[in-house]
Design a protein around this ligand. Sequence first.
Ligand SMILES: [Zn+2]
Length: 99
Amino acid sequence: MIRRVLPGFMGLHVLHHASGGEVTGKLMMEELAKHGYKTSPGTIYPLLHRMEDMGLLKSRSEVRNGRRVRLYRATPRGEKLLREAKEKVRELCMEILRE
Ligand SMILES: [Zn+2]
């Protein structure tokens, strides 16, 4: 069960950060590590690519310190999904954390 839910949480987390500004795979890995998620380039990059294919993220590449990096940002569709997901998360949290 938790294995099925986690990718969704990770995707939501990516959307959350990518809606406030641009993120890189490396930054998302550091961010997720802060929350206790162990990720690797082998999980984060395919997730970012899938989310871009789904139209939730848009990327561009830039050269930083002589290295090409890809920057991701939420699309209007990604922002909409994030808003809808937040409602669901709020509802669920209110129910399961009440007491
Ligand atoms: Zn975070």
